[in-house]
Design a protein around this ligand. Sequence first.
Ligand SMILES: O=C(O)CCC(=O)C(=O)O
Length: 242
Amino acid sequence: MSTRNDSTTAFAMTDTLTVSGFAVVPAVLTSGQIIAAVLECERLEQLHRNGGAAGHPDFNVEAAGGGFHAQHPSDGPVRAYDRLRKVMHPGRHSGWFAELAQHRLIVDLARLVYPDPELVLSVLWFKPPRIGSAKPPHQDAAYLPADRRDQLSVWIALDDATPDNGCLQMLPGSHRRGLLPHIGREPQLPDLGELRPVLVPLAAGDAVVFTALTAHASGINHTDRPRRAVLFRFAPRDAAAA
Ligand SMILES: O=C(O)CCC(=O)C(=O)O
């Protein structure tokens, strides 16, 4: 296996990132780390099911029509659409994920782009079985103020991510178009123009790295198993402090 310290691998990765706006990095997590991550996800889901996170704004659930509620809509009995869709800032709820965010291999990926990267966002994506909804095409920059759009995401699959369970889809070259017009409360690109999405299936533990201008999406989870992933987003330290 090549390592992230290998300068040829690093060069190839930054080259792919420059040309396409994203790059796949195999085996960022070991099998032991994948098992530990999945156990932590199950613990957080259990906390949610038991009502231990009711009303907490970091715990977002699937909405009946797809998309997500900003927070748990009720403290009543858990319904199908009360399944967790994402947990924001997992490091605040799990020491394990807080430590993972500092993992050398992960921070080194950000260092390929920023000499001194700062973690600015972490998200746990759950995409639950059968009801895990699609994420429409968007650029993360659409969520960010103009002076904070230089950011790099490291999205790590915790289950095998496949076309059937809603793996990521990337729009190669979109990062060279600047910020495109978005519509909607959950910003999305109404028109892809010439851009064509490519499916990015990953094995559990693999990562895809992409810029905040790289348009991407994910499909519905049609399977009986969750499609979980953790996202760490980095910015150059000065920008994060601005
Ligand atoms: O995990 C997903 O399905 C969507 C991820 C995404 O859109 C993001 O990380 O910006």
